[in-house]
Structure formats: structure tokens, C-alpha cells
Design a protein around this ligand. Structure first.
Ligand code: SF4
Length: 331
């Protein structure tokens, strides 16, 4: 089975390893598979975590919304979250009985770090009637002071379902602008007040990439993540979450795409949709790439206290409410 996995990845030409390294990876994978059985553990991987993890040891790979659902529903005793810290925290929130492990405690997120509780309190003070809608890329403390959580796959749907016209949106400033544009275009009355920053990866996508691609491949379709800047979204053919981008490319009759999101997703699309051609400026999230087979093995074998996600009971109770509201509103 592992040979098949490596053949599949290698035949895609995505990376070539020398024999020594391949043997090391095979040994690591075997060790991880054994540890998973022993510990009744599952490995949930985000699409950006890297093919080496996704195609070898992950039980499930998806976007942050799906990973939260899987963490809730898998019923595993141990969950390893091959993603970033806020995802591991979300897994712990929805599955408190499980031991949730994060392979590298330094795997943060510029969005999650761009907002704090005082900023939310300040916005609430200025807009007392506006609910706080929080993108999943936040700490448990921020979720605890929020009314509803959203992900990129359901943000528009949930905001649209909410009766309030004025809404505080945190922490992604660029996604808030893109959502606001969508509401304006559709003639829906909503005013988003944003608090926070931007994704350090997606904010670097520029329209110059689109212009060059369109010149070279006139039939190309541009698929972008809503964390990208406004102008990129305006000039794209489709904007959606990572799962939605995959679905769009699968269903499209077109054969050529440029994908404006983290490079890891594009590498998987090249493997999964091998009858189609994908290009990308290939920007990489340094936090996601802190995950590795070695760290997954180590965290399963002998986790350090810092790798075990713990959330204060009071925070958990408060943070769970906006997540449950999201599950309800996303139906
Ligand atoms: S890609 Fe951006 S939003 Fe996603 S984890 Fe990395 S820094 Fe955070």
C-alpha cells in the first residue's frame, strides 16, 4: 500500500526522493500506522499540510470546516491534527473527551494572531447591536467572545441567514471586504465591520499573476480563495474554500486552471485531477509546513505536555456555542 502511495506521488513528478529517504519515510509511516492502531488514534490533515502526510498516514484530509466535523464525529481516543494550532483547539472544543495532539506547537496562523479579546470588546462597544461573527482561524479565547463561527465554505450563507444588518466580522479583513462586495453585488443589505488582519500567505497573491496566466493560456480559469485581496477575487472566475475549489475544478469542462491558494492544495489537485492542468504562483504557509511524518510519529509516541491541547472549561463552554451555531446555520 505504501509503495502504491509513493508511486502515485512520484509519478506525478511532484517530488523525487532518493532511496535512502524513501526507506526512512516508509519506516516512519509503518511506525505511525502501528501507533494509530495501538492508541485508537486518527490523523486529521488540512489540505495545506503536505502530500507526504495526506497520502500516507492521514485518515481524512479536508478544509477546516470538515475537519471540525470529523473531529466531532470520529469518536477517536486520540486525534492528531496535522494543521495549525487553532484547528487543534477546535478539535478539542468539539471533542473534549479526546486527547488532541498538535505535532508542532509553533504552527500558528497570522490571522489567529491578528486579533485579541480587547479588540473584540472595543468593536462591541462601538457597535452594541452588532453580533460578532468569527472566522474559524482564531483562538478558543476569541471564539468564546463570539456569537457565531464561520469558515470560508459557509461564511456567505451564514451571514446571509442572520437577521442583523450590521455585523462585526473578525479576523480576516480581506475576506470581510470580499464578502461585503458579494452582498453589495447581490443587492443584499449588510454592513460588515472588520476587526483583525490578513493571512500572510493569501495577501501576497497579486493580479499580475492572473494577467500573465491569461496572456499565456487564454482559456485558463482562475480559482481563488476568499482570503486573497479584493482585486484578485474580482478578476477570478471562481472564489471559494479549498473544498469548493476542488469541486469546481472537478466539475468544470475546462482543462486549464490557475489556483490562487496555498501551494499544498494545488499539488493534490495535480495528483487527484491528473487529466487537468494546474498552475499556481506557489505560495507556501510556513506554519502548515511545520508538520512532518517525524513529528507525527514523535507526538503519538511520546507527546510533550505542550503538544497536548488543553482548554479551560469556562472558555470551552463559551467557545463551543458559536461553533454549534455554525453547524446549525450551515445546514
Ligand atoms: S495559510 Fe494563512 S490562514 Fe491558513 S494557516 Fe497559514 S497563515 Fe493561517
Amino acid at each position: 500500500m505504501h509503495n502504491q502511495i509513493f508511486n502515485k506521488i512520484n509519478s506525478s513528478g511532484l517530488f523525487e526522493k532518493d532511496e535512502l529517504e524513501l526507506n526512512k519515510s516508509r519506516d516512519l509511516i509503518s511506525e505511525i500506522v502501528e501507533l494509530k492502531k495501538e492508541l485508537n488514534a486518527v490523523i486529521l490533515a488540512h489540505f495545506y499540510a503536505g502530500e507526504e502526510i495526506i497520502y500516507s498516514v492521514a485518515d481524512y484530509a479536508s478544509d477546516s470546516y470538515d475537519l471540525a466535523l470529523k473531529a466531532r464525529d470520529f469518536g477517536a481516543e486520540t486525534i492528531v491534527l496535522a494543521g495549525v494550532k487553532f484547528m487543534a483547539e477546535t478539535a478539542k472544543l468539539v471533542s473534549p473527551e479526546a486527547r488532541v495532539l498538535l505535532p508542532d506547537i509553533n504552527s500558528g496562523c497570522s490571522l489567529a494572531e491578528s486579533v485579541n479579546v480587547e479588540m473584540i470588546a472595543g468593536a462591541r462597544g462601538k457597535h452594541p447591536n452588532a453580533p460578532v461573527v468569527t472566522y474559524m482561524n482564531t483562538s478558543a479565547e476569541i471564539k468564546a467572545v463570539s456569537d457565531v463561527c464561520v469558515t470560508s465554505s459557509n461564511a456567505f450563507k451564514i451571514l446571509n441567514k442572520m437577521s442583523e444588518k450590521e455585523i462585526i466580522f473578525t479576523p480576516d479583513r480581506l475576506m470581510a471586504i470580499n464578502l461585503q462586495n458579494e452582498f453589495n453585488e447581490k443587492g443584499i443589505e449588510k454592513k460588515l465591520i472588520y476587526v483583525g488582519g490578513a493571512c500572510e500567505v493569501h495577501e501576497k497573491f497579486e493580479t499580475k499573476y492572473i494577467h500573465t496566466a491569461r496572456k499565456q493560456y487564454p482559456d485558463i480559469e482562475i480559482l481563488s480563495h476568499p482570503e486573497c485581496p479584493e482585486q484578485v477575487i474580482c478578476e477570478s472566475d471562481f472564489s471559494g474554500s479549498t473544498s469548493q475549489i476542488i469541486d469546481y475544478a472537478k466539475k468544470s469542462k475546462n482543462k486549464h486552471f490557475m489556483v490562487m491558494t496555498e501551494c499544498g492544495l494545488v499539488n493534490q489537485m495535480k495528483i487527484e485531477l491528473s487529466d487537468k492542468k494546474f498552475i499556481t504562483p506557489c505560495l507556501i504557509c510556513p506554519h502548515m509546513k511545520l508538520n512532518s511524518l517525524e513529528k507525527i510519529r514523535d507526538v503519538l509516541k511520546s507527546p510533550r505536555a505542550e503538544n497536548i491541547i488543553e482548554i479551560d472549561d469556562e472558555i470551552r463552554e463559551l467557545a463551543l456555542k458559536p461553533i454549534e451555531r455554525m453547524f446549525e446555520l450551515a445546514k
